[in-house]
Design a protein. Structure first.
Length: 359
């Protein structure tokens, strides 16, 4: 609509602005041409320049559509199209300047007028080009944000899968061994204590599963689910050890135990839990030591079991991979391997970022 509005203003400006119907017809043609500037920017520019030439011959130039087409060329044109369009546009203006000088018209005014149009032509093209670059940058940032969100979602799913693996692997292994031991002993008192341990392990596992379900449903309203349960940490190591059937387990704490980030505490808990599960599955009822060593900068967690007479069964290695990934996520390191005395040791070194300092 801009060419038509400019045409009407040109007509209303005075009677010496060219034939009225010619001006309106050309402005209408330019208006329809500009509609296609996004798909055919170079073609639209050439059509608009041709129609503008008709107006110049009729002594009724308006140049509005010409500048709009230049901006569209900078915005939507391909590099080759832009070079061709700029060459054609500037060549046409240069030719008009030569003709105006040779025709005996006021040279200074003609040169100033055509130079001004040329500068505006280049300026509108640059404006469109800058706008295109801005939109391209915005699309790149949106794509980068989407990629970050996708990776965050994948990491969240991986963490939840690891949590489910730890919970189910440990609790189910513990309950199976407890039930097997109860079936072999036949003592009523021992069976009762075993069933109590099985029930306690099941309740704890259900509580942690509810916590994970709460994370999965965190977008729902608070009335739809129970509040999230605090993930287990270092203060629950003794309870974890007491729930493990079979092997005698000794817990040793060394150093000054201060406040630790919840993520560090939870990672240490999971390392101990997975290590004890592996001891039960592969080594059997052997003496095991859980050591927690606190320093100013690090927390060292180790789970060491004595040599077993049982032939270890084949494992998938996923437990160690999961522990290593979990520890690396919080900035720590994990090593695992056989000891010289025939036992096995899992050791994790975690940074002790104080909960008070990180708050």
């Amino acid at each position: 609509m801009l060419p038509l509005m400019a045409a009407w203003l040109s007509i209303l400006d005075g009677p010496n602005r060219g034939p009225v119907w010619t001006v309106l017809a050309v402005a209408t043609g330019q208006t329809f041409a500009i509609v296609w500037c996004r798909r055919f920017p170079l073609t639209v520019l050439i059509v608009v320049m041709a129609l503008e030439t008709v107006l110049i011959v009729a002594d009724a130039e308006i140049f509005v559509a010409f500048l709009v087409a230049a901006s569209a060329l900078g915005t939507w044109g391909k590099p080759l199209q832009q070079r061709i369009g700029l060459t054609i546009g500037l060549s046409l203006l240069a030719g008009g300047m030569v003709l105006s000088i040779g025709g005996g018209s006021p040279t200074v005014f003609a040169m100033v007028g055509i130079t001004s149009v040329a500068l505006m032509f280049v300026g509108f093209w640059m404006s469109g080009r800058l706008g295109a670059r801005q939109r391209t940058r915005i699309r790149e940032l949106e794509a980068a944000r989407a990629e970050i969100e996708r990776r965050a979602a994948e990491r969240e799913r991986a963490l939840l899968a690891r949590e489910l693996h730890d919970i189910l692997n440990h609790s189910v292994t513990t309950m199976v061994l407890d039930a097997t031991a109860a079936a072999e002993t036949g003592s009523a008192d021992e069976t009762r204590r075993t069933l109590e341990r099985v029930a306690r392990t099941g309740r704890n596992s259900l509580a942690e599963l509810r916590r994970l379900l709460g994370v999965l449903r965190r977008s729902a309203s608070a009335a739809d689910h129970d509040p999230l349960i605090v993930p287990p940490g270092l203060d629950q190591i003794e309870a974890l050890v007491s729930a493990v059937p079979g092997p005698p387990i000794t817990v040793i704490r060394e150093g000054n135990e201060g406040p630790v980030d919840a993520s560090i505490s939870h990672a240490a808990y999971r390392v101990i839990q997975e290590s004890l599960t592996n001891v039960i599955k592969h080594a059997g009822p052997v003496a095991t030591t859980v050591s927690l060593s606190f320093t100013a900068d690090h927390l060292s967690v180790s789970v060491t079991n004595a040599r077993s007479t049982r032939t270890p069964g084949p494992g998938t290695g996923m437990g160690l991979i999961g522990m290593r990934e979990r520890v690396s996520l919080v900035g720590g390191s994990l090593t695992a391997g056989p000891r010289p005395d025939g036992g096995f040791e899992v050791r994790a070194v975690l940074p002790t970022r104080s909960a008070e300092c990180s708050a």
